[in-house]
Design a binder for this molecule. Structure first.
Ligand code: ZN
Length: 155
């Protein structure tokens, strides 16, 4: 487990060697390393902008800054990935991957893993919340059913 604290640019590049870091997304990854999920937001009109872009698509403002999201959303769509991988990996198949529509804005969808839920229990519009999973010594955002509101709530 890493020691969380202020992380400089050099460290962000070191932590995510496989990611093409840009001026537009580096704050997103810096925040991930601090176990926070931030998404760029327009400072002029409040629109959340994802995938990350330097300019607001609604009002054309360049005043775009990262802001932490609440972590709540619902499953907009999902797929179960079956893929031959390292047999020593802790990852089990199938791997549920979803576009989670965040409560912050209609159409604001974050691609992520669904965890703590049997793949066959994942449903469209299922309410989920942010959690974190460790992959390769890094923590990554994932989403899990909200207790009492997910598939366990039936009956
Ligand atoms: Zn705007």
């Amino acid at each position: 487990m890493r020691n969380y604290g202020p992380i400089d640019d050099f460290t962000v590049f070191e932590l995510y060697p496989d990611i093409q870091l840009t001026h537009d997304n580096i704050e997103h990854y810096r925040a991930l390393a601090e176990r926070k999920l931030v998404i760029n937001r327009c400072g002029a009109c409040g629109t959340w902008i994802y995938p990350h872009r330097p300019m607001c698509p609604e009002c054309w403002s360049w005043n775009v800054k990262p802001e932490e999201i609440s972590g709540f959303g619902k499953v907009f769509m999902f797929t179960l990935l079956y893929h031959e991988r390292d047999p020593g990996s802790a990852t089990r198949e199938p791997l549920p991957v979803a576009a989670v529509e965040l409560v912050e804005q209609k159409g604001l969808r974050y691609l992520s893993r669904i965890v703590n839920c049997r793949p066959e229990d994942i449903r469209h519009d299922m309410l989920v919340r942010l959690t974190w999973i460790e992959i390769g010594n890094l923590e990554w955002p994932a989403f899990e059913p909200i207790p009492g509101l997910g598939s366990d709530a039936r009956g």
